[in-house]
Design a protein around this ligand. Structure first.
Ligand SMILES: CC(C)(COP(=O)(O)OP(=O)(O)OC[C@H]1O[C@@H](n2cnc3c(N)ncnc32)[C@H](O)[C@@H]1OP(=O)(O)O)[C@@H](O)C(=O)NCCC(=O)NCCS
Length: 168
């Protein structure tokens, strides 16, 4: 697993819970970051269902956001996104780690996510953070031509005690 980039480590950016009044700003990022963005209604439904959701904020500017769902010991990363102009500075890694930490905090034993095969940057980040491909969902996503498969990835969350065991 890579260390956080110096940029992200030194950044003044902080995470706070997402609120409904963030959604205009979140949507301005969402529609630029994804070819098939979520609607504001999807974010609103997640917030009203009390899904854990955060925004990464620097000097009152939203740099990115993440949305998680946790149920029955399983967490799903539903959205993780950094504004295009702020990508490549370590913020995505930081956000993903915060989501995984939150999943662990809610007693999840594993974290799942789906990613498009056409998104190598995200796939590289997930691999690097300990996610492994466990399957594919054929024709899961809308695409410009037809549909695109989803790669399903998962990360096992070991209990804290195991994480802290020294190497044998
Ligand atoms: C995927 C995403 C969240 C990564 O965030 P980011 O802030 O750009 O990524 P980071 O700077 O933290 O980089 C973390 C790792 O991601 C990978 N990565 C990020 N940008 C990359 C690029 N341009 N080329 C190759 N790998 C890249 C690398 O493994 C990188 O690690 P490294 O810096 O040690 O090489 C961001 O690109 C994004 O929001 N994309 C649009 C929305 C999206 O696709 N979300 C994921 C949906 S499944």
């Amino acid at each position: 697993m890579s260390a956080l980039s110096a940029d992200a480590a030194q950044s003044r950016a902080t995470l706070r819970p997402m609120r409904e009044d963030d959604l205009d700003r979140v949507m301005r990022i969402e529609v630029r970051a994804y070819p098939f963005p979520w609607t504001a209604g999807i974010f609103r439904d997640c917030l009203r269902a009390a899904y854990p959701a955060w925004v990464l904020v620097e000097d009152e500017r939203i740099l990115g956001y993440g949305v998680l769902s946790v149920a029955a010991g399983e967490a799903h990363v539903l959205n993780v996104c950094i504004a295009p102009e702020d990508q490549g500075r370590g913020h995505g890694r930081r956000l993903l780690r915060a989501l995984v930490r939150a999943a662990r905090g809610q007693a999840a034993q594993r974290v799942f996510l789906e990613v498009r095969p056409s998104n190598p940057n995200a796939i590289a980040l997930y691999h690097d953070e300990g996610f492994n491909e466990i399957g594919r969902r054929p024709r899961y996503y809308p695409a410009h031509e037809g549909r695109e498969d989803a790669i399903v990835m998962a990360k096992e969350l070991l209990p804290d005690t195991l994480d802290r065991m020294p190497p044998l």
